[in-house]
Design a protein around this ligand. Structure first.
Ligand SMILES: [Fe+2]
Length: 197
């Protein structure tokens, strides 16, 4: 149970939900998406499902479902519904909020990908130092914001962050309850990117 200030639940987290299996997004063109994830990000196309009916719903909607494999055996996946459309950005959410962060093994790898993406005409932000990771940011051809990130923190640093996490959340919960979190300036602060690559 958590109290009203979000204190840690009693007992030990089981961590039985142990690993990401896959994330799935809509893509506007399967081959364009394959090029980006396989040729630019070097993730192999590892599974393709072609169906005319959605297995869970039974709905008729011809699609192809692509899975790109990450180094830990998890996947990032896409649906091409054959209509050339990408998901529309959420007008209620700044473009930098929703994103997918993927780990690379080193800062050198981060810089290598920044150089490779930039050479292909893709706008890349960063590296940004977040204290526990360093990251670069860019958009895939479907408007999905991606972050490549490498660890810079050691285990003790992250243990200290975990130890303070609930009290920091409680402080935020009190602050937003008082209304002092409300943003005054208009957004989006980051323009939605051109999807012309
Ligand atoms: Fe992030």
């Amino acid at each position: 149970m958590s109290d009203e200030y979000g204190q840690r639940a009693s007992g030990t987290p089981s961590l039985e939900i142990a690993k990401l299996n896959h994330l799935a997004y809509r893509c506007r063109d399967a081959e364009e998406t394959r090029h980006f994830y396989e040729d630019m990000l070097e993730l192999p196309l590892a599974h393709v499902i072609r169906e005319d009916h959605v297995p869970s719903m039974g709905e008729y909607c011809p699609y192809v479902h692509l899975f790109f494999k990450l180094g830990d055996g998890s996947y990032i996946a896409f649906f091409d519904l054959g209509d050339g459309k990408a998901s529309a950005p959420d007008p209620a959410t700044p473009a930098w909020v929703n994103h997918v962060a993927l780990t690379v093994p080193s800062f050198d790898t981060l810089l290598r990908f920044k150089k490779k993406l930039a050479a292909a005409g893709i706008e890349v932000l960063g590296p940004t130092d977040h204290g526990f990771v360093k990251s670069i940011y860019f958009f895939d051809p479907n408007g999905v914001r991606l972050e490549l990130t490498c660890w810079i923190a050691d285990e003790s640093y992250m243990e200290a962050r975990e130890a303070e996490a609930h009290s920091k959340l409680a402080a935020w919960t009190r602050r937003r309850g008082a209304g002092s979190h409300l943003r005054r300036e208009p957004w989006p602060l980051t323009p939605w990117p051109s999807l012309a690559f």
